[in-house]
Ligand binder design. Structure first.
Ligand code: UDP
Length: 475
């Protein structure tokens, strides 16, 4: 529809790939499918990868402008024990005046501002410019439900959530197992928990929430948002499921060598292993994983980053004190797996790899973008959650969507052993016990991609979002 082509929307992202990618995809979709102009504001800390390497431009380039805000320096606010989430929040807090100046400098004041989770403090600028204000949840509707309901859990529950004897109840939604809570809820005395509560409350003050998910993926939670009285009163604003937005496959994006190798492998025979933009395993766990892959006798492509001493699971910010160890591969591993495995150093092209017909499984940290990339490629998963909200995602993939297997123990607590790894990998790729999961992944691919087409539920939801802005602008 081209009826919204006089709108201008500003979209604010925090600096991690996991947020920048879905923000750019949203801007591109607004331009290409709806003719809507947007300006993307990227908060920067001087460390982040340039956005041009993450997502290639939309067809209607003239409708999307990307502005990097001046870097903010939070080093004087951050101590050695400051959590990554707290650092992000501090950064986005410092960026509020930069967002204001960037908007003031625009030739045409935007009709609406959309912010990602960490950017909710910038919503208070909206009134100064007469803009509508929205939040873009780049994770699941279930995560969104937990975020807005956490301030209520905070009053109902004493003590740490992880010590609760039973599941945490979220009205109308799948209950949350205490060990699955998001990292921000692990320690109620930590600043990141206070930031999480604040964000949960700020989300409810906006005019609506976009979520990178769909009716197919999360029917129950989305229904709770519309119909459950307790959930509606916690949430306050309408939710628009507009996903799954994932990067398009670009045939030229991959190194020829890897492509040639994949071309020679049988269909659905290769396991892709990647822990996202921030995931790093311990050296000990890397060794077990290497053994597990070798013992499984399956083919693999492994995007590997040097392990860190101890459990450093979210390496978004540079850690200077412990250097990489180089003895994490079992002796002779590289030689023995030379013909069946490919190692990709640090940064790969997951979308192209997952789309290749030779790839039959994805061992993933379950970041939501990676998960959507797997789902839209029809690839079943081994769910290996590490940090943030990934345990929730893993539970949903295994228990609700039926497209994944996962280790018995949480990888973050206990070492996952080579025997368990080799068994999971074999089940996923070839054993009959994995057939249902493989079939389900293929089915889900079709429905998950159909909802974005004209007439599909996510397409309709985006149209509704745009007409809601317009109605308010002309009111
Ligand atoms: N990504 C990539 N190359 C890599 C690792 C990750 O392009 O080597 C992309 C990945 O495809 C996904 C995003 O970075 O789109 C990571 O987002 P996700 O939500 O999966 O997890 P996060 O990294 O934020 O934990």
């Amino acid at each position: 529809s081209s009826s919204n082509n006089n709108l201008h929307i500003v979209i604010l992202s925090s600096p991690e790939a996991g947020h920048i990618i879905p923000v750019l995809l949203l801007a591109h979709r607004l331009a290409d499918q709806h003719g809507v102009r947007s300006t993307v504001l990227l908060a920067t800390n001087g460390e982040s990868s340039p956005e041009s390497t993450l997502v290639s431009p939309p067809r209607k380039r003239e409708l999307v402008e990307v502005i990097s805000l001046p870097p903010v320096d939070t080093s004087n606010l951050v101590g050695p024990s400051t959590k990554v989430v707290t650092q992000m929040c501090l950064m986005m807090r410092e960026a509020v005046p930069l967002v204001r100046s960037a908007i003031s400098a625009m030739d045409r004041c935007p009709d609406a501002i959309i912010v990602v989770h960490f950017g909710t403090e910038s919503l208070r600028i909206a009134a100064e410019f007469g803009m509508r204000k929205y939040v873009y949840c780049t994770s699941t509707a279930w995560f969104l439900a937990l975020s807005v309901y956490c301030p209520i859990l905070d009053e109902e529950i004493q003590g740490q959530y992880v010590d609760e004897p039973g599941h945490l109840k979220i009205p109308g939604c799948k209950p949350v197992r205490p060990e699955d809570v998001v990292d921000m809820m692990l320690d109620r005395n930590d600043q990141q928990y206070r930031e999480y509560l604040r964000i949960g409350k700020e989300i409810t003050l906006c005019d609506g929430i976009l979520v990178n998910s769909s009716e197919d993926l999360e029917a129950k939670t989305l229904q709770a948002f519309r119909e459950n009285e307790a959930m509606k009163s916690a949430l306050k604003s309408p939710v628009y499921p507009i996903g799954p937005l994932t990067r398009p496959v670009e045939p030229t994006g991959l190194k020829r060598e890897l492509m040639d190798w994949l071309d020679k492998q049988p269909n659905q025979s290769v396991l892709f292993v990647s822990f996202g933009s921030g995931g790093v395993l311990s050296a000990e766990q890397t060794t077990e994983l290497a053994w597990g892959l070798e013992l499984s006798r399956q083919r693999f492509v492994w995007v590997i980053r040097p392990p860190k001493k101890g459990h450093v699971n979210d390496s978004f910010f540079p850690v200077s004190n412990d250097g990489p160890e180089d003895d994490y591969f079992p002796e002779g591993f590289l030689n023995r797996t030379e013909s069946i495995g490919i190692l990709v150093p640090s940064w790969g092209r997951p979308v192209e790899i997952l789309a290749h017909k030779a790839v039959g499984g994805f061992l993933s940290h379950c970041g939501w973008n990676s998960t959507l990339e797997s789902i839209t490629s029809g690839v079943p998963m081994v769910a290996w959650p590490l940090y943030a909200e990934q345990r929730l995602n893993a539970t949903m993939l295994v228990e609700e969507l039926g497209v994944a297997l996962r280790p018995e123990s949480l990888p973050t607590k206990i070492l996952v052993g080579r025997e368990e790894i080799q068994k999971m990998v074999r089940t996923l790729l070839e054993h009959k016990d994995g057939q249902a999961i493989r079939d389900r992944a293929r089915e889900l691919k079709t429905s998950a991609t159909n909802c974005l087409k004209e007439g599909g539920s996510s397409h309709a939801s985006m149209c509704k979002f745009l007409s809601d802005i317009e109605a308010k602008c002309h009111a």
